[in-house]
Structures are given as C-alpha cells and as structure tokens.
Design a protein around this ligand. Structure first.
Ligand SMILES: Nc1ncnc2c1ncn2[C@@H]1O[C@H](COP(=O)(O)OP(=O)(O)OP(=O)(O)O)[C@@H](O)[C@H]1O
Ligand SMILES: [Mg+2]
Length: 507
C-alpha cells in the first residue's frame, strides 16, 4: 500500500530489564503521513518500544533506520535532532511560565536574546494551521489538561519534529477534547507528519488510525491497516483470546432504609486548587454514586476531603453514623474506607518498594507480627494472590520495584491493594484509567460485585459510558459545586455533558 519509504524503520529491537524481556525482536515502521496506533495489553512493551525510538532506552540489539541511513539514538536529544518528538503522559510545562516562555525553553539554538513576540507569532501561525488554539501569553498553570497537551504538541512542531509520539494521549482528556486531538492529528497527517499513538480504547483506534500494530508479551502480534481491523479481531490479537464477557451486572436493590455509609453536609474546603462549596451527598450501602465532571472541577478535593487528607472549612462529614469531620486519615481507613487515587504513584504506591512491600502497606497492623517487629510476608503474599484473582488479573511480579511497572500495572496494583481489605466504602478516582480492555472490564465487575455485597462506592470518572453503566445515582461536579443530580435512566449523556461544561440544568 505504501509507495513511499518509511521515515523510521525499527528492526529486531530487543530490550530487556532485569528478569523481563520487554521488547523481543520487534519490527516497527513509521511512514510519513500516517497515524500509527500501538495497542496491547498492560505490560506488553508499548511504552518501552517508543522510549527506544525516542532515545530514553537503548535497545540491547536491533537497528534503527532513519530515511536511508542507519542511526544511533542514544538520547532524546539525538531523537529531537532527527525530528522525532514525544509527548509524555506527565506534561512537562513549567506552571509559572507563559506558553511562550515554555516553548522558548524547548526550542534548540536559542538566540542570545529571546524575542518573545517572534515566538508568539510562530505559535499563532502553527496553532492556526492545525487547530491548536492557545493563548501564547497565558501562564501554564491556568491551562486545562487539553490545552497543556496542545502546547506540548506545539513545542514539537516548532522544534521541527516530523515524527510525533504520543503515549496514551487521550487518557486524561474528556470527550470533546479527544475529538479535538484527533482533528489535530488528522491535520498533521495531511501535512506529511507521522504520528505514533498508544491507546487502550479500541473505538479510538478504529476511527483515527491508518495502521495498527498490536503487541503482546514484548513481541508484535500483528500489524493491520484500519480497513482490515475490527474490535473483535484486535482483542483476539491483544490477548490471544476472545472478547471478555461483560458478565451480568444484575443489580441488587439498594436498601433505602439503611443508614448511609457516608454523609457530607454542606462541606466547604479552602486551600490550593478548587474549593468545594456546600457539598451535600450521601452514599448508602449497596449504592454506587457516580461523579461526572471535567477533571479539575473538585474531584481530587472531594476524594481528599472524604479520606481526611484535606480538612473541611465548614460543614460535617459523617462516616458509619459517626461524626468523622476531624478523624485522621488513618482512622478513616481503619473504619473500612478504601481509596483508589487519581495518581497512585504520588499518593499510594512507593516506587522503590517491591510489589509485595507495597501490598503490605495496605494494612500494616494486620500484617504485623511480634508486636510490629516483623511482617507476616506469607499473609501479604496470600492476600496479593487472592485479591489479584478476584480482579481476574494475572499476578504481578511480587519482588519487582513498583516504580518499574508499566503504567497500567501500577493502576492494577493500586486496585489490588485497596480492594483487598474488603472495604465498606470505596472512593475510586478514575479506577480504570490506563487499564487494558480486559483489566478495565475486570475492575468494573469487581466494583459492581462489591456493591452487590453491600459496599457503598463513590465512583469518580470522566468516562460517561462507565458512569452510566455502573452508577445508581449520578451527580455532576462543576467548579467545586454539585450542579446536578439524576438517576442514569432519567437523564442522558447529552444532559450530563452539558452540566459538566457549565450549562444550566433543563436550560
Ligand atoms: N525501567 C524499567 N525497569 C524495569 N522494568 C521495566 C522498566 N520499564 C518497563 N519495564 C517492564 O517492561 C515491561 C513492559 O512495560 P511497558 O511499560 O513497555 O508496557 P506497556 O505496554 O506500555 O503497558 P501499559 O499499557 O500498562 O502502559 C513491563 O513488565 C514493565 O514492568
Ligand atoms: Mg505504557
């Protein structure tokens, strides 16, 4: 199908880490003017492969051909010189600096005196061409996640990258931002750029990719053009098995009379970030309350205030019928509250500690032996295995430092750990983010099963499909306030979407 030469050709790329073969003789081509999606289950080796291409990792063996010559890419600097750029999951903008200043820092060969006006004009020119509109003079801290991502892409374009690598770019975007990103990528394709993007969302792949490479266990399971691809076929390649059954999500009725597990009464917070205003909500046993909203509208603060990481500035918090407004985090957790945080590597998982050690931290009292002098590792391991089985996931390697796990496997560890304690109340922020299709399905099953056994859950998500299918009740969070509440069957995705972006109910 291609009568042009690939821009970049990777041949026989092998990369191992202690005890693991992350890439095993991988061949991968990138053509100009194509959007090439990279798919595969958690830990399949996708991030490793693009990091080899971007010079973060060096392959043990294999070659990289750039145009018609063999090249060595020993660092991101080498990659950028060749015109290969990468947008990371964690954006790298400096919050206090403006867009112009952030871009200027990234451009090579800066003139001694920066002319910010010139840079601003270049930003406007390029952003106009590709639909990447941002205010060049806005400070980075004021930008939404979607806008920050646009600046990251602009940086690469202004630095003359021809190959753009995006590792799970849609993970943190809301639906309309995802559409916007795909329009940008389509525009880049028209101008002969090559785009490599990693995702777990099959519908995205089928709408926007020209070619799809599926990885499994460090090898390439297949490369398809979009016309040959179907969801079912891709899942088969990803897992070597059929589509995971959605299973029955038969609902037990909520015991309306039961005492709520959690009540917030007119809770306010103040401090950095978004302040919560007059939050009143209850969660009953056997009930999932879904929180819809564009991230950054108070979701993190809501989780923090329930867990006691943030103090209330006003109002009351009642857990299991007791005034818990001033309880410590430790006391709240001990009362049977599990917390799946937005950013597990910052909040929950200690990167240098092993998977098993991180598991032990879930409940140090439970695992302490001899008055806390030693840890009952056998019990920890048993719980790790049991909880992993309940999530229908493969076992994570217990001895590996958690910081070296793949993105999705960090999320798995966070779920396995938090849901192992048989919580009565679960506060879950974006629990399926970064999980492959099978992992996400398993996580949703477990959360529903725990609900059916009587746990109460607060499910914070940007995935409206997930919220509508899981929640008994939905609330919408906008600028720190609850601006709407409905049962999924009495509302529509459209209505909730409008509230999420500041529209008025029924208007
Ligand atoms: N720096 C590292 N040190 C040790 N092991 C690593 C390192 N980076 C990755 N690995 C291991 O290599 C394997 C592949 O990881 P990689 O991050 O490439 O997976 P992935 O396909 O991107 O998965 P995900 O969808 O979860 O992001 C995993 O088993 C991971 O634990
Ligand atoms: Mg990854």
């Amino acid at each position: 199908m291609h009568n042009v030469e690939p821009l970049v050709a990777l041949r026989g790329i092998t990369k191992s880490f202690p005890g693991i073969l992350a890439n095993d003789r991988v061949d991968f081509d990138v053509y100009p003017g194509e959007i090439h999606a990279l798919l595969g289950e958690n830990g399949a080796g996708k991030s490793t492969l693009v990091k080899v291409l971007y010079g973060i990792h060096q392959a043990d063996t294999g070659t990289i051909q750039f145009g018609d010559r063999a090249v060595q890419i020993r660092s991101p600097h080498d990659a950028r010189r060749l015109g290969i750029g990468m947008v990371f999951q964690q954006f790298t903008l400096i919050p206090a600096l403006s867009v112009v200043e952030n871009v200027a820092l990234f451009l090579p060969h800066l003139p001694a005196v920066l002319d910010h006006g010139v840079i601003a004009r270049r930003i406007e020119e390029v952003s106009g061409r590709y639909g990447l509109a941002v205010d060049p003079w806005a400070p980075a801290w004021r930008l939404s996640v979607g806008e920050q991502q646009k600046v990251e892409i602009l940086k690469l374009l202004l630095a003359r990258s021809r190959v753009l690598i995006l590792d799970e770019p849609t993970r943190v975007l809301v639906p309309h931002e995802i559409d916007g990103l795909f329009r940008v990528l389509a525009g880049l394709r028209e101008h002969g750029y090559a785009v490599v993007f990693i995702t777990h969302k099959l519908p995205e792949v089928l709408t926007c990719a020209d070619r799809i490479t599926v990885m499994r266990g460090g090898t390439v399971a297949g490369t398809l053009v979009r016309a040959e691809a179907t969801e079912r076929g891709l899942v088969g390649l990803m897992f070597g098995t059929a589509w995971p059954e959605e299973g029955s999500s038969r609902r037990e009725p909520i015991r309306e009379s039961a005492r709520p597990l959690l009540e917030l009464r007119e809770v306010d917070t103040s401090g950095d970030g978004v302040s919560l205003r007059q939050i009143t909500l209850t969660i009953a046993p056997g009930e999932i309350v879904g929180v819809a909203g564009v991230s950054g509208n108070g979701q993190r603060e809501l989780g923090d205030v329930i867990l006691g990481l943030t103090q209330t500035a006003g109002g009351k918090k009642i857990i299991h019928g007791q005034d818990a407004t001033r309880w410590s985090v430790d006391r709240i957790r001990r009362s049977g509250v599990a917390f799946v945080p937005e950013d597990p590597l910052r909040m929950l998982i200690v990167p240098p500690l092993s998977v098993l050690e991180n598991m032990a931290l879930a409940d140090t009292r439970k695992y302490a032996r001899h008055v806390g002098l030693t840890v009952d590792w056998i019990a920890v391991r048993r719980d790790l295995e049991q909880s992993t089985r309940r999530l229908a996931l493969e076992m994570l390697p217990p001895a590996v430092p958690a910081g070296t796990l793949s993105g999705g496997n960090v999320q798995r560890l966070s779920l396995v750990r938090e849901l192992s304690i048989d919580p009565r109340l679960i506060v879950a922020l974006y629990p399926t983010r970064g999980l492959d299709v099978r992992g996400a399905t398993a996580a949703r099953h477990l959360l529903l099963a725990m609900r059916n056994r009587g746990a109460g859950e607060l499910l914070i998500s940007e995935d409206l499909g997930e919220l509508f299918s899981m929640s008994d009740r939905l609330i919408v969070l906008y600028r720190g306030r609850i601006v709407g509440e409905a049962r999924p069957k009495d509302t529509t995705v459209y209505e909730i979407g409008r509230l999420m972006t500041g529209g008025v109910a029924g208007g």
